[in-house]
Design a protein around this ligand. Structure first.
Ligand code: AMP
Ligand code: MG
Length: 403
């Protein structure tokens, strides 16, 4: 049985190898959040486009400003003003944040360090050349490449594109990820459940996780634990870039997902991982699609998606597989887990003191969505650890969707 690191590596290697050229599209910068760029973006202008004042105050010649100096001021420059005149020697100009510093001036003195009396400004302290000025072209040069293929577009990347006039961005199409829940007991969420039925919450969490990872969910509903129904719906899912199934991969008599996939010609790269929750997770290819058979217990489904499906979506989007968002925290309450499997426990991390502190939350095991909805991270207990004492440093996997 693979460790989760080995299983993740297997996914990354397989998807990276199989990845062909992806269809691309021009996406409006307004709509491009979470897309992956396939082209370089170059600047259409230098930035800042002029020597920019970073403060409200007075533009001066630094050498003329000694403590107690007084200079006449009869002009002002607002942000957006066209600046043509130079600062004459022995004077200063009132200037606003974001305005262009006039030729001749080499420093801006904050208004807080001055006293104004009519047209005369007194300075409290000396000025240094360059202070409170961002020189023209110091952030980016004209024609410089500022965004590169493979970058995922977050809010800063989009703002940068907007700053340099790139209103359309050439991006990879989002990979289409089919989602199929399985189970005779599972009903659609808008139906009234019978006493022994449960609502299909996994399709909801999976669709949300696909979107957060940068994929486009394709919802296929639920298949009964019957060969014919599974076969038909799985075959439909195999038309997409990847198919993610929930349920039907354990050892039960009606866990038929692997059997059906095998009949359809699947090749499996793993069918168990040394983790709890999530041990029965399956990964392979079938036809042209990657297939993930995730266990149906909701927390198992969520954990195994984060560990194994997210890096596949990254690669299918044209990006590198991102790292797991691990950080370290001080353990706030002792642990006593059965060793042998790596545990991913719903937990809360708080940043009250110097170091983050984490505590596992009480839970009923891998079906307990309510516990996970109170958690903001998973506390990860390595397979060779059972007991862990208060105060030890532990790895935690952040829930980036809520933190
Ligand atoms: P399985 O992996 O099929 O053995 O299912 C394990 C547990 O997860 C069972 O208690 C199922 O009822 C539950 N389960 C399976 N599919 C879903 C789903 N789509 N939504 C919520 N719970 C599910
Ligand atoms: Mg089932």
């Amino acid at each position: 049985m693979l460790t989760y690191e080995q299983a993740r590596r297997t996914v990354i290697d397989r998807v990276a190898k199989a990845k062909g050229p992806r269809a691309t599209a021009n996406i409006r910068v307004w709509d491009a959040l979470g897309f992956v760029l396939v082209e370089e973006v170059k600047t259409d202008r230098e930035y800042p486009p002029f020597d920019r004042s970073t403060r409200d105050g007075y533009a001066v010649r630094a050498a003329e400003v000694v403590p107690g100096a007084t200079l006449p001021c009869t002009a002002e420059i607002k942000a957006g003003d066209t600046v043509t005149l130079s600062l004459v020697p022995g004077a200063c100009v009132q200037i606003m944040t974001g305005a262009a510093v006039p030729p001749g001036a080499d420093a801006v003195v904050m208004i807080e360090h001055t006293n104004r009396d009519g047209d005369s400004v007194r300075f409290d302290r000396a000025a240094q050349p360059g202070q409170n000025i961002v020189p023209r072209a110091s952030e980016v040069k004209r024609g410089e490449v500022i965004l590169t293929p493979g970058m995922r577009l977050g809010y800063a990347e989009l703002a940068l594109a907007a700053q340099v006039g790139a209103t359309q961005l050439r991006c990879a199409n989002k990979p289409r990820i089919a989602i199929l829940s399985t189970g005779d007991e599972v009903i659609a969420i808008d139906q009234e459940p019978g006493a022994f039925q449960i609502r299909n919450s996994n399709s909801i969490s999976l669709a949300a996780q696909v979107r957060l990872a940068g994929g486009e969910p394709v919802l296929l509903g639920n298949a009964a634990d019957r060969i014919d129904d599974l076969r038909e719906k799985i075959a439909r899912g195999l038309r997409e870039d990847a198919l993610v199934l929930s349920g039907g991969v354990s050892m039960g008599k009606y866990d038929l997902v692997e059997t059906v996939l095998k009949d359809l010609g699947a090749e499996f790269y793993f069918d168990a991982v040394a983790i709890r929750p999530g041990k029965p997770a399956v990964f392979g290819t079938c036809g042209n699609a990657f297939v993930f058979g995730l266990p149906g217990n909701p927390v198992s489904t969520m954990v195994t998606f984060e560990l194994f499906v997210v890096p596949a979506i990254d690669l299918l989007s044209g990006a590198a597989a991102r790292n797991l968002p691990f950080v370290e925290a001080r353990l706030g309450a002792a642990l006593n887990e059965k060793p042998g499997l790596a545990h991913f426990l719903p937990a809360r991390v708080e940043w009250r003191g110097a170091a983050p502190e984490v505590k596992a939350l009480p839970w009923q095991g891998s079906g307990d969505i309510a516990a996970l909805a109170r958690a903001n991270c998973f506390l990860v207990v390595a397979a060779d650890r059972g007991q862990v004492n208060v105060g030890e440093t532990m790895p935690i996997l952040l829930r980036k969707d809520v933190l």
